[in-house]
Design a protein around this ligand. Structure first.
Ligand SMILES: *[C@@H]1O[C@H](CO)[C@@H](O)[C@H](O)[C@H]1NC(C)=O
Ligand SMILES: *[C@@H]1O[C@H](CO)[C@@H](O)[C@H](O)[C@H]1NC(C)=O
Ligand SMILES: *[C@@H]1O[C@H](CO)[C@@H](O)[C@H](O)[C@H]1NC(C)=O
Ligand SMILES: *[C@@H]1O[C@H](CO)[C@@H](O)[C@H](O)[C@H]1NC(C)=O
Ligand SMILES: CC(=O)N[C@H]1CO[C@H](CO)[C@@H](O)[C@@H]1O
Length: 400
């Protein structure tokens, strides 16, 4: 009886098991060929995969593919995976992007998205960097970002590389519960404005077990960020992990809950940094920044709070920043500083930094001219454990 029962239901059982296997959509079946533009093939594959009632996987096989521009939009009917095994290459000349105002690859409104496969998104930015003067020229040509994730939820991006973006490598906006793991960003130290990940207006974002080598910030955190966990990340070259700059625009939202743990900075311009613009109307709050177990390897400015951030004199220093920074812990930071100033806290005179706890610090100056020092204004940290060098020892600097 039992056997009969099993035999009868075996086909049904097999069907159920089968339906758990994702359906595969190989771009080859949609006309995607190596060394040719796969925008159409990928879009068609996405359309079918996204409409699938069961989980689906789009495969970009091994090989090199060209992609002029791509926008993938959800919502999809079931979890969807984009498995990139090969290299997807952007046009060398950014003026070839059909929509010059859009990013190279944009993915919007998808729940349960996975990007995987061990492949590479190659932005081919080398020419673009030469033309980028956006730091100095407000009317500069806006270069496209590499990968733009907007309103993505419950998703994982793992084991892929983005290299040589023409601008920021990855932009994350309006996302919730997204994990980047074994994610690689690779661009030379001289590349311009090539932030690794820029994350803003998002919640519960994880950047784990990743390596970021680039010409600008390794990770930059914009306004409206809540709960960002950065762990086991190696940065360098680049400008470090930065909260901000904030306060340049109006209507920015608070930043809260940034956790940076077990990270290594190698030869970066900064390690951990917070920067806000002075003389700005913004009054948002930055609360709950936690830095722990960090190795600085020959970092120019290992620990920085700069509330007078004003590059190329784009602003006036007449009025202090109105952005309140509070609840900061900085614990177990060891290694070497490439400049004599290991720690620089330049907090706002109007709204000083508050509830700052500094634990074990052991930083030595790798250069030769003079002793290692710290600079502190408008901050009175609480100390736990030992601090080498002594932090905010200059009492005059401590009070505003
Ligand atoms: C976050 O997303 C993952 C899928 O990447 C999912 O397994 C998990 O349940 C989600 N967590 C929450 C709290 O929604
Ligand atoms: C993300 O996953 C959680 C838990 O699985 C679920 O409650 C939530 O609705 C999902 N988010 C979206 C936008 O679908
Ligand atoms: C960090 O790396 C260690 C060692 O590989 C691992 O045990 C730990 O789970 C990682 N942390 C996260 C958040 O993935
Ligand atoms: C710290 O991160 C590195 C990778 O950057 C990893 O190899 C190491 O195991 C991690 N250590 C802990 C204690 O998680
Ligand atoms: C893609 C991107 O937007 N960043 C670069 C990443 O790749 C594409 C291609 O360059 C470039 O157009 C982007 O500028």
């Amino acid at each position: 009886m039992a056997l009969k029962f099993t035999l009868l239901f075996l086909p049904l059982l097999a069907h159920i098991v089968n339906s758990q296997q994702p359906t595969t959509f190989n771009i080859g079946k949609y006309g995607g060929k190596p060394n040719a533009n796969i925008a159409e093939a990928l879009s068609s594959a996405w359309k079918d995969a996204c409409a699938s009632m069961t989980p689906s996987t789009i495969v970009v096989p091994k090989g090199t593919f060209l992609l002029n521009q791509l926008k993938l939009v959800g919502p999809c009917k079931a979890p969807i995976e984009l498995q990139v095994q090969g290299t997807i290459r952007a046009p060398l000349d950014y003026t070839q992007l059909p929509d010059k105002k859009a990013e190279w690859i944009t993915i919007n409104y998808v729940d349960h998205l996975t990007i995987s496969g061990g492949g590479v998104f190659d932005g081919q930015g080398k020419d673009a960097w030469l033309k980028n003067d956006c730091g100095k020229n407000p009317n500069c040509v806006k270069l496209p970002l590499n990968l733009s994730f907007n309103f993505i939820t419950n998703s994982t991006i793992h084991d892929v590389t983005t290299q040589d973006s023409k601008n920021f490598h990855v932009n994350v906006i309006g996302c919730k519960n997204v994990t980047f793991r074994h994610f690689t960003v690779s661009a030379p130290g001289y590349s311009i404005n090539t932030d690794g990940l820029h994350i803003a207006k998002s919640e519960e974002i994880y950047v784990l077990d990743s390596v970021i080598k680039t010409g600008d910030d390794c990770i930059s955190v914009g306004d409206g960020m809540k709960e960002l966990h950065i762990e086991n990340v190696t940065c360098g070259p680049g400008h470090g992990i930065s909260v901000g700059s904030l306060g340049k625009g109006a209507n920015e939202e608070d930043v809260t809950g940034i956790y940076v743990k077990n990270c290594t900075f190698i030869g970066t311009q900064n390690g951990i940094r917070v920067k806000t613009w002075p003389s700005a109307p913004a009054t948002l709050k930055i609360t709950g920044l936690h830095y722990e177990d960090i190795i600085m390897d020959n970092v120019d400015n290992p620990i920085v709070i700069d509330q007078e951030y004003c590059p190329w004199n784009q602003c006036s220093l007449d009025h202090p920043s109105l952005i309140k920074i509070s609840e900061i812990t900085i614990k177990n930071i060891i290694g070497t500083s490439a400049s004599p100033v290991a720690v620089s806290f330049d907090c706002s005179k109007t709204v000083p930094c508050e509830n700052v706890v500094i634990g074990d610090i052991d930083l030595t100056y790798s250069g030769k001219q003079g002793p290692i020092t710290t600079k502190c204004s408008n901050i009175k940290p609480t100390f736990v454990g030992k601090q080498i060098p002594p932090i905010c020892a200059n009492a005059a600097a401590q009070s505003s």
